[in-house]
Design a binder for this molecule. Structure first.
Ligand code: SF4
Length: 698
């Protein structure tokens, strides 16, 4: 006999429902949940291999101080005392939390509450900064709120799905399966893939546009110009619901057609074919992901896309809208609780005095951060300069995943006090911890996550935590209590979720999009059996309102959306010394820095070692042959050594290297060491897909 538990996959932002079965011998089996509305039973390779990743090899099992086992009391007292002392001596901005889209919403909520409401600093940022912060900034500019308008079913209802900078087939595989199935059912449906690489996603594309890196703004501004010149603008929608169209169109027209072709690298027929199919299709969904967000003009890319949807009124209705796809399982949950340094809880604004006062009163907190904190890249720079003197890193491995990874490693190593909470004992980051706090992982902890379509689902424990590992929310609550703060007396995640829900509804008269007030009085029993649902879920209202902007009402104070005049001015960073553009990204069967997926032999077998995809013409001119070992070096002086993979799927002039491998899993393969800390000036998101490098055969 086995016991079954419904939970959610911990990998990507699709947020698939999973049924985990544990038999009498303790053996775990995993299958897709047919009732979950994200996946209807489907799982991808990573999700279906979850049971193979649950062994305890390498797990952190007890608290440690400088590598020595200690009791929880000793470790927590040391963390609380050192943070309190540092704040008393150097002020609240001398400490920081760096957290993760892997945290559950309840963990995230308490970390944000402790830092912003009780310590009184905005210095909490998250690895989601590297993933989707440009989308957040673009949404806020256009809509007045960080709102993802649509639903997954919109991809199935569309006449045209445009995928920009998104390898859906590998990075959101089950959503790709849903799209492929819909296209097979409806041969009239068109798919356009816009990506410098011809990825697996291109296999279902009617049109693949191998746009130049960072050519996206020029492309969508060219589309806006085409729509205006061909009578495809919805002038009634604009008049009723949006401001700034004339300025956005003037900015788009500032780039000539010839310049658009040069910036995009497209042939005239390709540009025209895209514009024609977009103009002719009534129902259009434009999905975008890291290829859009991870850019020094990422926010403008997002707004250039949204401009085209606003201009045609294709938003808020079935089968149409711009759609940001989040990378991590709970990037959306982090946004909801204010896990970014420039946001406040429940989608309130840290720059708004009334919002700050509202949150402070709700928390009954002694203080509230009065300005945005340091975003991820700036946070680690502040660690390097000594401005940050105590740092708590939760559930992430920045020594591998941050840009300028070597400088980040050196900064953490020089920090007077570093706390790391992780499930693994010996990550590149955990090795630098003064205090290591063992965390429970997937299958051992309970809480909620929110997927890319705003659907909140439960993660449920079905295994005991190993050794002395404890959930992140418990660790944060214990430190908060030991720092002398009240309001951290939660005994279980249910009460944290209820508090989060109550805050979302607190003095919310409909001017804020995020409202799950119907969950505020939920009992622990109700929380246990909470079914997946999409927000909003307001108290006293039916749950039918799942697609935003259907009424043409946006969240700027005047209720209207904003067109944004965007700039095509992407920096050209290549030179004779560094002639190739490095694009970093994911592979199908690994996740982040492989702490889980490397445990599965079949996942590791897909692509067994790190590689660089190089176009054969570039390889020929560099004297590189297929399977050669090559050294890629950037202007930072950092380098990786990887296997050359010659393929015409890669555009000429650029190379692709996956981001998963560490120096532990393959010698000299931390590709983020090559990525400089250049960021989008609005979102602070690093430009991880546009790095000038040189390649040499070893
Ligand atoms: Fe998990 Fe994403 Fe695969 Fe779904 S698509 S099973 S959420 S990795």
């Amino acid at each position: 006999m086995s016991i079954e538990t419904k939970t959610t996959c911990p990998y990507c932002g699709v947020g698939c429902g999973v049924i985990a079965s544990v038999d009498d011998a303790g053996k775990v089996a995993v299958r897709g949940d047919p009732a979950h509305p994200a996946n209807f039973g489907r799982l991808c390779s990573k999700g279906s291999a979850l049971a193979e990743t649950l062994d305890l090899d390498g797990r952190a099992l007890y608290p440690q101080v400088r590598g020595e086992r200690v009791t929880w009391d000793t470790a927590l007292d040391m963390v609380a005392h050192t943070f309190a002392q540092t704040i008393a001596t150097h002020g609240p901005d001398s400490v920081a939390f760096y957290v993760s889209g892997q945290l559950l919403t309840e963990d995230y909520y308490l970390a944000n509450k402790l830092m912003k409401g009780f310590i009184g600093s905005g210095n909490i940022d998250t690895n989601s900064r590297l993933c989707m912060s440009s989308s957040v900034a673009g949404h806020r500019r256009a809509f007045g709120s960080d709102t993802v308008p649509g639903l997954y079913e919109d991809l199935e209802l569309a006449d045209l799905v445009v995928l920009v900078g998104s390898n859906l087939a590998w990075c959101h595989p089950v959503l790709y399966q849903r799209l492929a199935a819909a296209k097979a059912e409806n041969p009239g449906m068109k798919v356009v893939v816009i990506d410098p690489r011809k990825t697996a996603t291109s296999d279902i594309a009617d049109l693949h546009l191998s746009v130049r890196p960072d050519g996206d703004v020029a492309l969508f501004n060219g589309l806006l110009t085409y729509l205006a010149d061909h009578g495809a603008i919805d002038r009634r929608f604009i008049a009723d619901h949006a401001n700034g169209f004339a300025e956005a169109l003037a900015a788009a027209r500032a780039t000539s057609r010839q310049e658009t072709l040069r910036l995009t690298g497209l042939a005239e027929e390709e540009l025209d074919a895209f514009c024609e199919v977009f103009a002719a299709s009534e129902k259009v969904v434009t999905c975008y992901s890291q290829g859009v967000n991870q850019s020094s003009i990422g926010t403008d890319k997002v707004n250039a896309i949204i401009n085209c949807h606003l201009a045609t009124g294709r938003i808020g209705r079935p089968g149409m809208g711009p759609f940001s796809l989040t990378g991590q399982p709970n990037a959306m949950g982090g946004r909801e609780v204010g896990g970014l340094a420039n946001m406040l809880a429940a989608h309130m604004s840290i720059e708004d005095a009334a919002d700050r006062d509202r949150v402070k009163r709700f928390w009954c907190s002694p203080t509230i951060a009065d300005r945005p904190g340091l975003k991820a890249v700036d946070m680690f720079r502040a660690v390097a300069t000594g401005q940050i003197k105590a740092l708590w890193i939760m559930s992430t491995n920045p020594v591998v995943s941050m840009p300028d990874a070597d400088a980040v490693r050196d900064a953490i190593a020089s920090c007077p006090f570093v706390v790391v909470s992780d499930i693994q004992e010996d990550t590149d980051t955990a090795r630098l911890a003064h205090v290591l706090l063992p965390a429970t992982g997937w299958g051992e902890k309970s809480g909620t996550v929110t997927n890319s379509e705003r659907r909140i689902s439960r993660q449920r424990a079905f295994l005991p935590g190993p050794g002395e590992a404890r959930p992140d929310w418990w660790q944060i609550a214990e430190v908060g209590r030991r720092m002398g703060f009240s309001c951290f007396d939660h005994a279980a995640p249910a009460s944290i979720f209820a508090e989060h829900a109550a805050l979302s509804a607190f003095e919310n008269d409909g001017r804020r999009d995020f409202d799950i007030g119907a969950c505020a009085e939920m009992s622990p029993a109700d929380y246990d059996c909470l079914q997946p649902f999409q927000w909003p879920r307001q108290k006293g209202r039916a749950m039918s309102e799942t697609r935003f902007f259907a009424d043409g009402r946006f969240y700027h104070p005047d209720g209207r959306a904003r067109f944004i005049a965007t700039s095509v001015a992407a920096p050209r960073r290549v030179s004779a010394d560094f002639p190739l553009i490095l694009n970093t990204g994911r592979v199908r069967d690994h996740w982040h820095t492989m702490t889980r997926t490397a445990k599965s032999a079949r996942l590791s077998a897909h692509l067994a070692e790190p590689f660089a995809e190089i176009h054969p013409d570039d390889a020929r001119s560099l004297g590189i042959q297929d399977a050669d070992l090559v050294r890629l070096e950037s202007a930072t002086g950092a380098h990786v050594i990887v296997r050359a993979l010659l393929t015409r799927r890669q555009g000429p002039g650029s190379v692709f290297v996956p981001m998963h491998w560490t120096d532990e899993t393959a010698a000299c393969a931390r590709v983020d060491a090559l990525v400089p800390g250049i960021t989008d000036p609005i979102s602070g998101q690093p430009a991880s897909k546009h790095v000038a490098v040189v390649a040499r055969r070893l």
